[in-house]
Ligand binder design. Sequence first.
Ligand code: BDP
Length: 683
Amino acid sequence: EYGYDAWLRYRSIEPGERREEFNRFSGIVVEGTDEPLAHTAARELSRGLSGMLGREVSVLEHAGDAPCFVLGRLGRSPIIDGMFPEGEASLGLGREGYALRHEPGSGRIAIGADSDAGLLYGAFDVLRRIGTGQSLKGLNIVERPVNGLRMLNQWDNMDGSIERGYAGSSIFYEKNRFTQNLERLRDYARLLASTGINAIAINNVNVHRIETELITEALLPEVAKVAEIFRMYGIKLFLSINYAAPLEIGGLSTADPLEPEVAAWWRERAAEIYRTIPDFGGFLVKADSENRPGPFTYGRDHADGANMLAEALEPYGGLVIWRCFVYNCKQDWRDRKTDRARAAYDHFVPLDGRFKENVILQVKNGPIDFQVREPVSPLLGAMPLTNQMIEFQVTQEYTGQQHHVCYLVPQWKEVLDFDSHLKGEGSTVKRIVDGTLHASRYSGFAAVSNIGCDANWTGHLLAQANLYGYGRLAWNPELSAEGIADEWIRLVFGSDERVIQVIRGILMDSWSIYEKYTAPLGIGFMVNPNHHYGPNVDGYEYSMWGTYHFADCRGIGVDRTIATGTGYTSQYAEPNQSRYETLETCPDELLLFFHHVPYTHVLQSGKTVIQHIYDTHFEGVEQAGKLAELWAGLSGLIEEPLHRQVAERLAEQAEHAKEWRDQINTYFYRKSGIPDQQGRRMY
Ligand code: BDP
């Protein structure tokens, strides 16, 4: 066991009360549907129960007298309707919801839904309950996903590499061809569906020449095979497209979205795609960003650009997911108007109301780029007439690259709970993203996946919790980070309370520990250029892609105030705007994102900025070391191969944290000339 089965391990249930409860079940019956997805649900239930009970729990033709699981569509089966007499109208399950109910008399457990997808999610819910040690007695619940789109973006390239991939190479492609290992794709689909994911884009947003051809006859049959695998798990397939495709592969002399021959070319592509994949999800587009082509080349804006594609997909119900990660990567920062943090808002807000209904803007959670700490993007919710979805990064580009443990669910929760105040108090990001704040037609979550071909999928075993947590949170943002961690731990490591407590503690502390020994107070980056791993205080600063810490001998931070800085704070509604604008009220953890201050500036915590930098870096290293010790204490309580692989990563993290500490502390000691109050050694 190396972690391949992840949270679908289906560990054997210990003898005892629970095992007896489930041992009574004779099997599974499917009622009122013959759709493939319902059969997937039944098969998954059978596989999970068989694993946990150590005997075959099979799919039966008919429900007999013995207790069984009944999976079925409401309004189509007397057994199911008998168990849910109130009917769909009052249950309100919607397109993907389900109801679970235990019938004490017959001992049956019913999974009722108005869709086959609902049955699949219901089946995985039952398995999760059993796997986390819960009883199903008296069960009576209704569940429906809070977010419509629950998507993963693979940044996989057909040469087998992955943009920012930290867990081996692609499971989708090898040497410019599709993988032959369809089994692994199926296993990935299972993992995703079990957390509620319902959409996937299977190629990198940076589309190279070869992936440009994914929308052509040459490669569509292969795409269709992959689509079929994901379809079996209720997951719709999307492709990232190259905006210059009409030029690069279409033989046209332009990709201008307002040129009729360009629109016709895309219409023809859409027709072909839908002939091959009738339920194709749509296009994911990175345009005019980091040297990618886009409508700006032709003097058109992003509404022109997106709408042309949207028209092509519209007859088939397809979507255009248009990314808002647009900024000038060749800026030189002498011009304050080019504050990268401002860019997405400045570009897109003026276009509100101009996008077609099947366009969704995908907005990164923060205004810069998935840093360990950023404010929430002010673009989220700022376009009431436009569909939006949030983009998170499950892959840990700036948060330790799956060599360091960094459980990101607490970070995502903070973002989702942030109150934008755009429509008064309670205008939280989660309400923008679930579409309720502005009554959006489409909305939801997207995130960059963290998996690759490593045996345990994610490189660092504990990084699996991020993938699991992402799906669970997309389904229901009210779940707690701790509760999600708890589920994942129980499913992977079992029910030993000491194991659960230690791993939960490690996960829950990991983000703050990582933040402590890396870039301080919201300043971001300080990483090596290109690969972005490891400390390099000035490294990013002088790269063309830069953001700046503006550190000199007097102070540090980016002045983004209206009064004296880039004016970025003006993009927030009150009271957030004033809170960030005013030095005294700006939260410590974001201080250097919003303000340039002397090293002697006293934080709300009572410490000076420089002392905070020293202290957190020493503390972070100490705590990273403790993580390794805590883990060592679990030796013998979890399977050796699982224990060993995490121990190795934690040891690496503890060492690497020291490098971070020493580089950052020494840099600022030399720059500021201010000694550490505790007289600790600097290098
Ligand atoms: C940045 C990555 C870059 C991605 C880009 C994006 O460094 O590799 O292509 O985001 O989101 O974080 O498009």
